[in-house]
Write a new protein. Structure first.
Length: 337
C-alpha cells in the first residue's frame, strides 16, 4: 500500500529519529489493527511519519520472512533516496517475532497483482529481453494481455510492480537497464523465469572481467581512449556519493611517448595503492593533453586526504582533483553508463 505525501521534517535524519520514537508505541497498535483488519484509520498517521523522512518515500506492510509482519520503506526506484532508506534501517530496533524491517521491496514468489480491482496473473506476463554484457544489465519490454484495457498509468504501475515482486526492488536497480511497455507480445517472448535465469547468470560473472576499453572522438574531433568499469552497480555502494575527477596533464604530444605512458602508469598504480579502502577506481579517460581518472568514495574526507598525499608525493605528475557530490553517479553518462 505505497502512499506518498508532501510534508518534510527539518532534515531526513530528524524524520528517521521521529519515526522510530513514534514506532515504539505505534507498533503494538498497528499489529492489532492488522490482525483485526482495521488498518484504514492508521494509514494517514503512517504516511505522515514516512513523509517526515522524505516525501519521495513509499511504505508497505505485509507478512515478514520470519516475523509475523514486515514494514518496508521504499525509495520507489530513486537511487538517490535509497541510501536514506538504508539509514532508516540502520536506526531500526532489532527484528522480533512480531516485526521485521526492510529498506526496499523484497521478491515475492507466487504473487499475482491487483491494480484498481483488476487481477493480473503473473503467468500471463511476456518479456522481450536484450542482455547488455558490458553493463551486465538486461533491457526488457513487457506485455500483458490485459494492458490493452488499462490506461497508461496503470500499465506502467503494472510492469514496475511486477518487476519489484519478481526480482525485489534492489535487483531491479542492480540488473535491469531500459524498461518499456510492449504494445503487443514480443516476437521472441519469454516468461518471467527466463529473466530470473539471466539475472543469475550475470550475478555469477567474475568482477575482474568488468572493465571495458572504448575509443572514439570527443566534441572537438579529438581521439579519446577510455578504460572504465561499466558493470559496477550504484546499489552496491550506497553511501559512496563523492566523485573525484583527477586530471593529469600530459607533457608530450599525441600519442604520448612510451616514457610518458610508463610515468602515467606508475603514478596511477601509486594512486590506487593510496586510495585502497577509501575510494573505488571507476575508470580513466585519455585524450590529447590530459588523462582523467575517476574515483568514487564514501568517506570523502579520507579519500581527499589520500589523493592530496599522492599529489604531493608525485610532483613530476601535474594533477588537479575536482570533487563533487553525485548521488546518482551521473558522471558515468559520458560513457553511456
Amino acid at each position: 500500500m505505497p502512499l506518498l505525501g508532501r510534508n518534510r521534517a527539518a532534515s531526513p535524519e530528524d524524520g528517521i529519529r521521529a519515526f522510530w520514537d513514534w514506532w515504539q508505541e505505534a507498533r503494538v497498535r498497528l499489529e492489532a489493527a492488522i490482525e483485526s483488519r482495521a488498518l484504514e484509520p492508521s494509514i494517514g498517521e503512517i504516511t505522515a511519519h514516512v513523509n517526515a523522512i522524505d516525501s519521495g518515500m513509499a511504505w508497505e506492510l505485509g507478512p515478514g520472512l520470519t516475523a509475523r509482519h514486515a514494514f518496508t520503506l521504499s525509495s520507489e526506484g530513486n537511487i538517490a533516496l535509497r541510501p536514506l532508506a538504508q539509514r532508516w534501517l540502520m536506526a531500526a530496533p532489532e527484528p522480533d517475532a512480531s516485526w521485521e524491517y526492510h529498506p526496499a521491496r523484497l521478491p515475492d514468489s507466487g504473487f499475482d497483482l491487483q491494480i484498481e480491482g483488476r487481477a493480473l496473473a503473473t503467468d500471463d506476463y511476456r518479456l522481450g529481453m536484450h542482455v547488455d554484457e558490458t553493463r551486465r544489465r538486461v533491457d526488457v519490454e513487457i506485455f500483458h494481455p490485459q494492458h490493452a484495457e488499462m490506461p497508461e498509468g496503470q500499465r506502467l504501475m503494472s510492469i514496475f510492480l511486477f518487476l519489484d515482486h519478481l526480482l525485489g526492488e534492489d535487483d531491479v536497480e542492480r540488473w535491469l537497464g531500459r524498461i518499456q511497455l510492449a504494445p503487443e507480445e514480443p516476437a521472441a517472448s519469454e516468461r518471467a523465469e527466463s529473466l530470473l535465469e539471466e539475472v543469475e547468470r550475470l550475478r555469477a560473472m567474475p568482477a575482474d572481467t568488468a572493465f571495458t576499453v572504448m575509443q572514439g572522438v570527443d566534441a572537438k574531433g579529438q581521439p579519446v581512449f577510455a578504460t572504465v568499469n561499466l558493470a559496477i552497480k550504484r546499489i552496491d555502494h550506497l553511501f559512496a556519493d563523492r566523485h573525484a575527477a583527477i586530471t593529469i596533464r600530459l607533457t608530450t604530444g599525441w600519442p604520448p611517448s612510451p616514457a610518458e605512458f610508463e610515468r602515467l602508469e606508475g603514478a596511477e598504480d601509486d594512486l590506487l595503492a593510496r586510495i585502497e579502502g577509501t575510494a573505488i577506481w571507476i575508470g580513466r579517460v585519455t585524450k590529447p593533453g590530459v588523462r582523467v581518472v575517476h574515483l568514487i568514495a564514501e568517506d570523502g574526507a579520507a579519500a581527499e586526504k589520500a589523493v592530496e598525499a599522492w599529489r604531493k608525493s608525485n610532483p613530476d605528475v601535474p594533477a588537479t582533483a575536482a570533487w563533487e557530490t553525485d548521488p546518482k553517479w551521473t558522471f558515468r553518462s559520458e560513457w553511456g553508463g
